[in-house]
Write a protein that binds this ligand. Structure first.
Ligand code: GLN
Length: 485
């Protein structure tokens, strides 16, 4: 059987002392890409096969632990010498002069970047439709979106064009596309992975995350990229040493660890019927396998979404003020133009509609008079949520559907911003409280995968991944293959 359908850890084992198997594997990935990429648009920049094979063989020859395995990287994570666009016209030709820390660590461990994946412009969106390069499509049903904003990363992992991908998650952008494309998505504790080299959207919420075929592959990669980074003062030590070994041995004879699941009632209201049923069935199954399930009410969670969007817009308007100067991508000859004309022309041309909407609303939110009314109030809600949810997370894991609805068809959600924002109602909560969270496949509805979200306490990443593995084993729906024409 071809290695292409295997999880990353098995590929690494198979190619470790076998350079022929490695080039054969990469060649097969490119065959898949050639066949499906035109329809699915997972990549913004795909590197040439011979370059990737050459770098892979070199890493393999040097005996690096990841043995030359190709990995896809979301296009808002800086890669030295490889174009990094954030799916925006304003950065269309931007080539970073350095690697993000996570990319550097992956490369040092012997991974090779296969390409940069499609996303919503500046990670602002939930469907990958705001990309300047056009939308990605869902491998399970190409008339539907793959989720977002790391939609391209979801597509390439799900459709076997790469064994794993990096994404970023400000309010769900790793977990949303993981749920919609039927893979595993993991957003670490805030600070759990260095953000050095991640192009900022909303800095107090942004995290880099992993998108893989299951939790064991995520644990493997995490061990190589985690750890404090002096270049990101918010980074911290997740203490995940030995995790891969531990997680790989789960289910081999010994009893699986069990946990308590906390059902916050309000996170299940307003969820589409078949999503509700599929996710609740998974919870019932876990309960029959020895998980404790506790139901609680936290009315404050209904304020999470508006608080998230106020904070995200405010931070985005500040972060994105740096574009429009000749240093990055799109520029023009500044001769005979006033600074203000120059700046507004570049920004009018360079940013798409959704990004402009957010910059304008964000500037409004931060303006004198409205600052207290919106921004400070949102920060208070954030604090309140932490105070209410952190004690619950000391008792168990908060379980909910990852997405309240199934993947919309292309064009369906994008026209109505409020509908688009409402898709994030479950996923913004962990970002607001700094918690780690995962999404895994709970089951199917209408022949599409449905995601279960699990939220853990800050710094509880190790145990969260171990529990995620237990659930994967019990539910038995990891490493899925979409039926593709
Ligand atoms: N959909 C959310 C937003 O647009 C989250 C995006 C993200 O996590 N990058 O803000």
């Amino acid at each position: 059987m071809s290695l292409v359908n295997k999880q990353l850890r098995y590929v690494v084992e198979a190619v470790r002392d076998n350079r022929e198997a490695l080039s054969e594997y990469i060649y097969r990935l490119y065959e898949r890409i050639e066949r499906y990429e035109e329809k699915l648009k997972g990549f913004i920049t795909l590197r040439p096969a011979d370059t990737v094979i050459r770098e892979a063989l070199e890493a393999n020859r040097l005996g690096k632990p990841l043995a030359g395995i190709p990995i896809a990287v979301k296009d808002n994570i800086s890669t030295e010498g490889i174009r990094t666009t954030c799916a925006s016209a304003i950065l269309e030709n931007y080539i970073p002069p350095y690697d993000a820390t996570v990319v550097k660590r992956l490369r040092e461990a012997g991974a090779v970047i296969i390409g940069k994946t499609n996303m919503d412009e500046f990670a602002m969106g939930s469907t990958t439709e705001t990309s300047y390069f056009g939308p990605s499509r869902n491998p399970w049903d190409p008339s539907r979106v793959p989720g977002g904003s790391s939609g391209g990363s979801g597509v390439v992992v799900s459709a076997y064009m790469a064994p794993a991908a990096l994404g970023s998650d400000t309010g769900g952008s790793v977990r949303n596309p993981a749920a919609y494309t039927g893979i595993f998505g993991y957003k670490p504790t805030y600070g759990g992975l260095s953000r050095y080299g991640l192009i900022a959207y909303a800095s107090s919420l942004d995290q880099i995350g992993l998108m893989t075929r299951d939790s064991v592959d995520a644990a493997l990669l995490l061990e190589y990229i985690a750890g404090e980074d002096p270049r990101d003062p918010t980074s911290l030590d997740l203490r995940v040493g030995g995790l891969f070994k531990e997680i790989s041995s789960l289910g081999e004879g010994r009893d699986l660890p069990k946990a308590r699941l906390v059902i916050v009632k309000e996170m299940w209201s307003g969820v589409e019927d078949h999503v509700f049923k599929t996710t609740m069935n998974a919870v019932d199954k876990l309960s029959s396998e020895g998980f404790e399930v506790e139901e609680v009410s936290v009315p404050e969670v209904s304020y999470a979404l508006p608080a998230y969007y106020v904070i995200a817009f405010a931070e985005a308007s500040s972060n994105l003020s740096r574009y429009g100067i000749p240093l990055y991508g799109l520029s023009k000859d500044p001769e005979n133009t006033s600074w203000i004309d120059y700046y507004s022309e570049i920004r009018s041309k360079g940013f798409g509609k959704e990004v402009k909407r957010r910059i304008m609303l964000g500037s409004f939110i931060l303006s004198a008079g409205y600052y207290e009314q919106y921004y400070i109030k949102a920060l208070k809600v954030r604090r309140l949520l932490r105070d209410r949810l952190l004690p619950l997370l000391r008792r168990g894991y908060i379980a909910s559907p990852t997405m309240p609805i199934q993947p919309p068809r292309l064009g369906e959600a994008i026209e109505d911003p409020l509908r688009l924002y409402a898709m994030d109602i479950e996923t913004v909560i962990p970002n607001l409280i700094g918690s780690p969270a995962i999404s895994l496949v709970a089951g199917f509805a209408n022949s599409l995968p449905v995601g279960l979200q699990l939220i853990g306490p800050p710094l509880g990443d190790r145990d969260l991944l171990l529990i995620a593995r237990t659930i994967e084993i019990i539910i038995g729906l990891s490493n899925l293959s979409p039926q593709m024409g």
